[in-house]
Write a protein that binds this ligand. Structure first.
Ligand code: DGL
Length: 268
């Protein structure tokens, strides 16, 4: 049976993961679901996000996905265990890349940027406890940052000021790794590279999750026609499709790497 990957996020953030997967396997069918009517997940309760996670996985499975990627750290934190127990398809989650950031750090000082929901969750606490070793891992909640990305704002003075305000102090004190713990923040790589000194590394989980997805597909015995023609990812949004389309256009115009997309409009 051919693999069809269902990816979801609260909005455009998971498109950074879809892009990484498309780059590795351009012929792999991807269904992308943006739960824009419930965006942002980061400010909601874990119980509420868990219910949305169940709904989103169900919808993707009903649309024909046989492998699911939760391209959202916040939804993974709140809902991964529940959906793995409820659905009979392989489900890959997304966690802030604390482990690789700690391994790469020379100074032993690591910063993790994430939503309030991810930072208050048990999952990140466990992950940090397991992988921090002697390193000092500092989590920084970024309320409002995913909202800016979701409106297509990934460059400019407002974003620079917001990031500079939280990063310049800890970097001056020695932090040399910034782990991106929200898929929306992957689109901020260019601005982060500009405002941070060159020795500070940005660690993103998009590529490792894309590689893991191909591995899981192979383990499940599903096929990918790696030499086949490139396909567009089919996108759905639970909220206003026109707003979603214009965010995607703004991201493209600002230079964000996105996979080729076909945005589905609900039939009237
Ligand atoms: N993209 C989501 C994540 O990775 C969060 C954005 C939101 O707050 O909805 O955590």
């Amino acid at each position: 049976m051919r693999a069809t990957v269902g990816i979801f996020d609260s909005g455009v953030g998971g498109l950074s993961v879809a892009e990484a997967l498309h780059r590795l396997a351009p012929s792999l069918p991807i269904h992308y679901l943006a739960d824009t009517s419930f965006f942002p997940y980061g400010d909601r309760s874990a119980a509420e996000i868990q219910e949305r996670t169940v709904l989103m996985v169900r919808r993707l499975v009903e649309e024909g996905a046989n492998v699911i990627v939760i391209a959202c750290n916040t939804a993974t934190s709140a809902g991964l265990e529940r959906v793995r127990a409820e659905f009979d398809v392989p489900i890959i989650g997304m966690e802030p890349p604390v482990k690789p950031a700690v391994e790469r750090s020379q100074s032993g000082r690591v910063l993790v940027l994430a939503t309030a929901g991810t930072i208050s969750g048990q999952r990140l606490a466990r992950l940090t406890e397991r992988h921090s070793g002697d390193a000092d891992v500092v989590t920084i909640p970024m309320p409002g940052l995913a909202d800016m990305v979701e409106s297509g704002e990934i460059e400019g003075p407002r974003i620079e000021a917001m990031l500079g305000a939280v990063l310049h102090g800890p970097v001056a004190e020695g932090a040399d790794q910034v782990a991106l713990g929200c898929t929306h923040y992957a689109f901020l790589r260019p601005v982060l590279q500009r405002i941070l000194p060159p020795h500070v590394e940005l660690v993103d989980a998009g590529d490792p999750v894309a590689r893991r997805t191909l591995h899981v597909i192979a383990e499940a015995g599903l096929e990918v026609d790696l030499g086949g023609p490139e396909v567009e990812a089919l996108c759905y949004a639970t909220g206003d499709v026109t707003a979603f389309e214009s965010t995607v256009d703004r991201l493209r115009a600002a230079g964000a790497a996105l996979p080729p997309l076909r945005i589905s409009r609900p039939v009237a």
